[in-house]
Design a protein around this ligand. Structure first.
Ligand SMILES: Nc1ncnc2c1ncn2[C@@H]1O[C@H](COP(=O)(O)OP(=O)(O)OP(=O)(O)O)[C@@H](O)[C@H]1O
Length: 590
């Protein structure tokens, strides 16, 4: 199977290396042009003072300045296009790869990580990395090149001693930058964690808003939100404080540098060691050195933020999927629906006792198995194992005689249709929601609409759908909020039926429908699923009794197994539940 490539930002940077090479080459030209402007101005001043520059020579000098200006203007556009373009493309690729990787991760990962936290990686952390590989890369390079060029120009065009004098305070800047960087990284990590926590809080409160209001917890929740928001503000302020301290410190050092050159350079002009033009140019050069120093602080800040974000992004990429394909899919490979549980024992990765214990059942192709059991007896866990949401020990779960992990995931998920206990609807039209599990899209295959209608009829939801003003085009609110529980459940059944898969698993999927509708759906199921395997998990005996076999789970163990009549004769849990529910029904009908 394909080996997972180790994640490194270097690979992304390498892919856009030419964008960076061109960008940096253009930047060099811009810096070169920039560096000559003070010299040209100095030459004009000296030429005019010494009267060596004639009137006719002035336009020539101005032309040189204009050309340098034009190079700078077009060059700045050019490097911005290359470098910012590359950073946007890297961000786009990273985001795509990150989302793709997240979708390969198993249920365990999502049990352990909060949605809001993951969302923060997609926004804040990626943004921080983008700024670092765009603006910060160019700024660092520009600052370094600019400083070196300016210093060389100061030495060659003006004076070595004056340059050393102006530069000594800058050593202090380098030392300061180091300590600033260490502190900044710590504060940026804390800031990003606080933002993640805040995102998570907002996400959870909005998804749970109905429960929140029903239990009148708005005030308490607002207090919790305010606390998270305050923490986020404090962590941001800690960053701002450090940055605000560093900025003026840089100004002070550059100020001292300017003061020294003014005093000593002024004396040199008086002594005639340097000309007025050179002195003016020198001061412009000092001004040009200020920017790289400020950039230095900004870059440390940006790189610290990016490095904290990058670590969190890397953690996602380094997370290995638990559920992986072990064999390649063969052409035309399909499941027949033969399922065998052989002493199936399973314990959740974070659990301390087995949830399923020595369960052995053989479901032949075309059979309908019903599973009954008290709440928490392991019924949904069984469905999860059949879908490989979790892996059990090899050989305990066979499909078509093969261990389940030797069935390609694509084949398994295509050939096993599933109606979960908690029905999830996407914010799309009802018809798209029902067609969700198909490999073909309605847009390309409009004839699918007939099949959607058939599936909806079988799931007893068609008459509801056509009563909606927009019919099948009705937009379902986020997570299906605009549908009733029963409507959501039946849409979910229609979605699974439409797949017409060799195996169908229904996890307590008829709990929200009335008994008449339940009977109708079951009749349709038996008719449509002839020759195909169906597993129905339910609490109501009326749902289960028509199955070929019924399995009763008690605290993870298979305690009863047989047909309806056999289990009634046995007089165990199933028979008791049947009796009780019969009585309830009779009472209801009285
Ligand atoms: N992700 C998980 N991690 C750890 N334990 C879990 C996890 N999911 C479920 N369990 C535990 O496994 C046991 C079986 O849960 P399961 O959902 O399979 O029961 P069930 O029979 O489907 O219950 P119900 O009828 O209420 O849906 C329970 O004790 C539950 O607490």
């Amino acid at each position: 199977m394909e080996k997972q490539k180790k994640f490194s930002l270097k690979n992304y940077l390498y892919e856009y290396k030419w964008w960076y090479v061109f960008g940096i080459a253009i930047l060099l030209c811009v810096d070169l042009a920039n560096i000559y402007i003070p010299q040209f101005i100095g030459d004009i001043i000296d030429g005019l003072t010494n009267e060596t520059l004639k009137k006719a020579g002035i336009p020539m000098m101005l032309m040189k300045i204009l050309i340098a200006g034009l190079i700078m203007m077009f060059g700045r556009f050019g490097w911005r296009y290359c470098i910012f373009g590359a950073s946007r493309k890297i961000e786009y690729r990273l985001r795509n790869d990150m989302f793709g990787h997240l979708e390969t991760l198993s249920a365990r990962y999502f049990n352990e990580h909060k949605t809001g936290d993951l969302m923060a990686h997609f926004t804040n952390d990626l943004e921080a990395v983008r700024v670092a590989v765009g603006m910060a890369v160019i700024t660092t390079f520009d600052a370094a090149v600019m400083s070196i060029m300016v210093i060389i120009k100061m030495i060659i065009y003006v004076d070595l001693r004056l340059t050393v004098l102006a530069f000594v305070p800058m050593i202090l800047v380098a030392i300061g930058c180091y300590f600033f960087g260490v502190q900044m990284k710590k504060r940026q990590t804390a800031r990003q964690e606080a933002f993640s926590f805040l995102s998570d809080k907002v996400q959870e409160s909005i998804s749970g808003i109905r429960v929140l209001k029903a239990f009148v917890q708005e005030k308490k929740d607002l207090e919790e939100f305010q606390k998270a928001n305050e923490n986020n503000m404090e962590k941001n302020l800690a960053v701002v404080k450090l940055r605000s301290l560093f900025g003026p410190l840089l100004d002070l050092i550059t100020g001292i540098s300017l003061l020294l050159t003014l005093i000593i350079g002024g004396k040199m002009v008086i002594n005639g060691t340097v000309s007025v033009g050179q002195f003016v140019a020198f001061n412009s050069y000092i001004g040009m050195l200020v920017w790289p120093m400020i950039a230095c602080g900004d870059c440390i800040n940006t790189f610290s933020q990016a490095s904290a974000g990058y670590k969190r992004i890397k953690d996602i990429f380094d997370e290995k999927p638990d559920i992986i394909d072990k064999v390649k899919e063969k052409d035309g490979e399909h499941l027949t629906g033969d399922i065998e549980l052989k002493n199936l024992t399973f314990q959740y990765p974070d659990g301390d006792t087995p949830v399923l214990k020595n369960v052995s059942v053989h479901i032949k192709p075309g059979e309908m198995l019903a599973v009954l059991g008290r709440t928490g007896s392991g019924k949904s866990t069984l469905a999860d194992l059949l879908l490989r949401v979790y892996d059990c020990e090899k050989g305990m779960l066979l499909m078509d005689g093969r261990p389940i992990d030797e069935i390609p995931l694509h084949v398994l998920h295509r050939d096993v249709a599933y109606v979960p206990q908690e029905n999830f609807m996407f914010s799309d039209t009802l018809e798209e929601n029902i067609a969700f599990g198909l490999e073909d899209r309605i847009f390309d295959h409009p004839k699918l609409r007939d099949n959607i209608k058939e599936a909806a009829e079988a799931a007893c939801i068609h008459s509801n759908i056509i009563d909606f003003p927009e019919g099948y085009q009705t937009l379902v609110g986020e997570r299906g909020v605009t549908l009733s529980g029963g409507q959501k459940q039946r849409s979910s059944i229609a979605r699974a039926l439409l797949k017409n898969a060799p195996v169908l698993i229904m996890d307590d999927s008829l709990s929200a429908v009335d008994t008449d509708t339940e009977e109708q759906i079951l009749e349709n199921l038996i008719r449509l699923r002839k020759g195909k395997t169906t597993i129905i998990i339910a609490h109501r005996v009326s749902t289960l009794q028509k199955a070929d076999h019924i399995a009763v789970l008690t605290e993870g163990e298979l305690t009863e197994y047989g047909t309806h009549d056999e289990l009634i004769r046995e007089g165990g849990f199933y028979a008791k539940i049947y009796e009780k529910q019969q009585l309830e029904q009779e009472l209801n009908e009285m």
